[in-house]
Design a protein around this ligand. Structure first.
Ligand SMILES: NC(=O)C1=CN([C@@H]2O[C@H](COP(=O)(O)OP(=O)(O)OC[C@H]3O[C@@H](n4cnc5c(N)ncnc54)[C@H](OP(=O)(O)O)[C@@H]3O)[C@@H](O)[C@H]2O)C=CC1
Ligand SMILES: Nc1nc(=O)c2c([nH]1)NC[C@@H]1CN(c3ccc(C(=O)N[C@@H](CCC(=O)O)C(=O)O)cc3)C=[N+]21
Length: 281
């Protein structure tokens, strides 16, 4: 292997240490800990695991989590009502609705019920617009975590050719916007892209976010490129790791790359939301 690792575990640990310091200071000055509400609809085992990881991390850094689990048969109306209540609850600082929701539930409607001031997972249209215009607001957690990881290793973005594989509302599209705001030349690829290989071959930075294990072959990677693999299916990424690591300059491992950065960003934004919403007594 010739690539160096973009180590999300170490980088997220540094971020979480600083969140813990901020949360302790918040508790001292406001008399309560920051609060993150997590909402899980249905019983997808992977989603349960992710929410449990987020709740555990909250505990470790001194953020209180309020966990709300709803049944598979929850209607859009019921979910929107629950989120609307949390949105106006003065004791809640951040709201995370775990994606995906069961088929039949309107996920966009549910996301839009989140008060943008509490949208610490960055899923509302307001947050997307803030990312696209470099305005005040929260980044989508995974895209924000990816940029924080690239910054931690001082990877230059301006003028680079970035290829994003995937265009979902919580990952592909917003990460492309953040890269564009940092002056990268951004190309989006998706399931209708006919010549994925040719795009990847030109890329200085590849952000893989398709959820198709080994979709991107190692020998497509340009020599010296930076590879960020956000794919996460049964602990496997979208990029063939060994052969990609032989050609790239920097690469994220899966696990241990983007995943831990997602959670650290979520918690850092929860602290920031709490600080913004409250005044020191
Ligand atoms: N590590 C982390 O913190 C996180 C990891 N993830 C992981 O990232 C991956 C993507 O998640 P998410 O964005 O929610 O997934 P979605 O399923 O919502 O989106 C997948 C995207 O990939 C595109 N795509 C699918 N197949 C191909 C293909 N063969 N070639 C090119 N593009 C393709 C789709 O294109 P089209 O739009 O045309 O359908 C779509 O835009 C998943 O593995 C998920 O588990 C997600 C969130 C956080
Ligand atoms: N609204 C919403 N926001 C999300 O951010 C969101 C979501 N929905 N739905 C599902 C995906 C998935 N996701 C992960 C977060 C952390 C790890 C993570 O920390 N993984 C560890 C490994 C953990 C382990 O399996 O031991 C790692 O990559 O090293 C993985 C995946 C967030 N998601």
């Amino acid at each position: 292997m010739r690539a160096q690792l973009l180590d999300g575990r170490t980088t997220s640990k540094t971020m979480l240490d600083s969140v813990a310091v901020g949360a302790a200071e918040f508790l001292r000055t406001r008399g309560r800990a920051p609060v993150l509400a997590t909402i899980l609809v249905g019983d997808d085992p992977a989603s349960h695991t992710y929410v449990r990881m987020k709740v555990n991390r909250c505990k470790q850094v001194g953020i209180t989590s309020r966990r709300i689990d709803l049944t598979e048969s929850t209607s859009t109306g019921d979910l929107v009502r629950v989120i609307t209540e949390l949105s106006s609850d003065p004791d809640v600082d951040g709201i995370l609705l775990q994606h995906p929701v069961p088929p039949g539930v309107d996920e966009r409607a549910a996301f839009e019920a989140i008060n943008p001031a509490k949208d610490v997972d960055g899923v509302t249209r307001a947050s997307f617009a803030a990312m696209a215009f470099s305005a005040d607001g929260f980044s989508s957690a995974t895209p924000g975590g990816i940029i924080a990881l690239l910054d931690a290793y001082e990877i230059p973005l301006a003028g680079s050719r970035a290829v994003v594989v995937g265009r979902s509302a919580i990952l592909g599209k917003p990460v492309g916007m953040l890269l564009l705001e940092r002056d990268a030349t951004v190309t989006f690829c998706h399931s209708k892209t006919g010549d994925l290989e040719n795009h990847i071959r030109e890329a200085d930075i590849v952000v893989a976010a398709a959820g198709v294990p080994d979709l991107i072959k190692g020998d497509w990677i340009k020599l010296g490129a930076v590879v960020v693999d956000a794919g996460y299916v049964d602990n496997r990424g979208d990029v063939e790791f060994e052969s990609a690591a032989a050609r790239s300059a920097w690469i994220t491992p899966v696990p241990g790359g983007v995943g831990p950065m997602t959670i650290a960003t979520l918690l850092a934004q929860t602290l920031a939301a709490a600080e913004k919403r409250t005044i020191v007594k």
